[in-house]
Each structure stands twice: as structure tokens, then as C-alpha cells.
Design a protein. Sequence first.
Length: 177
Amino acid sequence: MNFSQDSTVSKLIMLFVFEKMEMPLTERSIIDICTSQNDWLNYMECKDVLFQLLEADFIYCIDNQGSEERYTITLNGQNCLEHFYQRISADLREQIIDYIKYNRSHFKKSQEYVADYSKNNDGTYLVVLKIRSHTVNYPIFEIKIATSSRQAAIETCKNWRESAHQIYEQVYQSLLE
């Protein structure tokens, strides 16, 4: 993509991404979607557009109480996009729609199924596994597990993103029975 596009089109591209994703996104996800995975915006432009849309009240920041902040489109942003989306070329709109269609679940998992680990004083590792919801400002499920090695902690974190939903479902059902 040509990086000399005007900033209005860049803002509309980002608003279009927010609207089509239909969920709040972290800054890291926004940058990944718009720059790393696609050449819709360059990195500096992406950071600047995010700030400008926030200042203009076209997106807002959801504070996740100690977790990574997430951003989502506002009603003003939706209205703006509704009136000016044609300034984004039809080909690019289709490319964005296709990308989001095939990658939404990946971004949902990466933002909602969170895993991290830290080393304890005794040499073991504490793994913290969470499921966050974009509708509430706190984890809806959290597990802390001690592992004996860093490799085990890494594997636990990796496996969490693929099995979080099933684990949550099993625990929830077990507690209700």
C-alpha cells in the first residue's frame, strides 16, 4: 500500500477495522492488524491515528484494571464511518473484511485467554491463567498453577490459549453439579 494516503483515509481504515472486529482491541492487536499483518498503515501512522481517534471521541479506552487497555469504536466513530466509508477503496474494504473474517477468533483468544508466568524464590514458576471478558473490567476466571520448570510454565501458557474454553466449561459444570 502507498503510505502517502491522507490521514482521513487512515482514520477511516482504523475505524473500519474496529467496526468489523466487533470487539475491543488492545493497542498491540491494532498495530498487529494494521501494520505487521497487513500494510494498511505504517507503524508511526497507526500510533498517531489511534491517538487522534481517541482525542476526537471516535474511539474510547476501556480500563481493564491492571490489564492491557482496550479500545473500541464509539457511536460518533460509527456515525463518521457510516458517512465516509466510501473514501476507503472497495478493494481495501473487501481485504479488511476478509482478513477479519479469518482472523477474528485468533485475536479474541489472544485478548481474552491471557497467560503469564513468573519465577518464584524457590526456583519454581507461578503460571497465572485468566479468561477476560470485554464486557466487564475484571477476569471472569483465573487459575494460578506452580510448575517445576520454565519450560513447563511456557508450555502451560501455550496450551491455555487452545484449551481455556474447555477448562472453564468443565470447572463451571463441576461446580454447578
